[in-house]
Design a protein around this ligand. Structure first.
Ligand code: MLT
Length: 255
């Protein structure tokens, strides 16, 4: 059977258990490289979401993005897997879990939330679209990326991430901002989850409060919650070894 797949993806490893990795805003599949090096023994499916990396821009609707992600699994013949989403990738993972709950073996929200944007956040995102359209990607990400890392962040790591963010496009960033402000609250996905959930947070994350993260951790029937002590919003880069260990221990408990 032939499947029409619009997205770009990369597979690493050939283990029995499949882990799908969805990157966050201003990122692409490369954000997972350090973590992937620590996740030996799994099949890792690293997908570029619409408008990022090598994937084309699509309609600003995370439910549509989730369907495009599903087309990758159909093309690869993957039926069941563990889904891990970083921040915006977590929003897509939740949209995916809402539409296709039976395909998930587990769900990991990595610095992400099931709450919708507040009215203030929506307004801020609209201003960001305006800024990006007038000034381009570089000045925008120059302001954004340093604040995603913990205060004592490794400069090389930060610069590397900034360089990758600068490669993203104006249309991709603007479509993603619109898709994020339009997304609904998906706390029901956590409350009704029929699979175990893992939350990974960062103690220095300035975007997600630990208080709100602890509310989310109380929602699923089965939930593990870890706070990375030396991470901001980028734990997969800031503490890849520890993050991988948390994920491996979570998966080992499911086996
Ligand atoms: C991300 O890292 O994907 C963003 O922080 C998501 C957001 O802006 O809500």
């Amino acid at each position: 059977m032939h499947f029409c797949v619009m997205l770009h993806w990369k597979i690493k490893g050939s283990g029995k258990e499949v882990l799908v990795l969805l990157h966050g805003f201003c990122e692409d599949h490369r954000v997972w490289y350090s973590l992937s090096d620590e996740l030996q023994g799994f099949t890792l499916v690293q997908i570029d979401l619409p408008g990022f990396g090598e994937s084309p821009v699509m309609e600003a609707d995370l439910s549509i993005w989730a369907k495009e992600v599903d087309a990758v699994f159909k093309a690869e013949g993957i039926e069941q897997f563990h889904l891990i989403g970083h921040s915006m990738g977590g929003y897509v993972a939740l949209a995916y879990a809402e539409a296709f709950p039976n395909q998930l073996k587990s769900l990991c929200l990595f610095h992400s939330t099931a709450y919708a944007d507040t009215a203030e956040k929506v307004e801020a995102r609209k201003k960001q679209v305006d800024f990006i359209q007038r000034n381009g990607v570089s000045p925008y990400v120059q302001q954004l990326i340093p604040g995603l890392f913990a205060s004592d962040a490794n400069r090389t790591l930060l610069e590397q991430q900034l360089a990758q963010a600068k490669e993203q496009s104006v249309v991709g960033l603007c479509a993603a901002l619109e898709a994020m402000w339009a997304r609904p609250d998906r706390t029901a996905v956590l409350l009704e989850a029929i699979y175990p959930v893992l939350l990974i947070s960062g103690s220095e994350d300035t975007i997600l409060s630990l208080e709100a993260q602890s509310e989310l951790a109380a929602m699923p029937k089965q939930c593990s919650w870890t706070v990375l002590k030396h991470s901001g919003h980028m734990g997969m880069l800031e503490e890849p070894k520890l993050a991988a260990q948390v994920i491996k221990e979570f998966l080992a408990r499911l086996a």
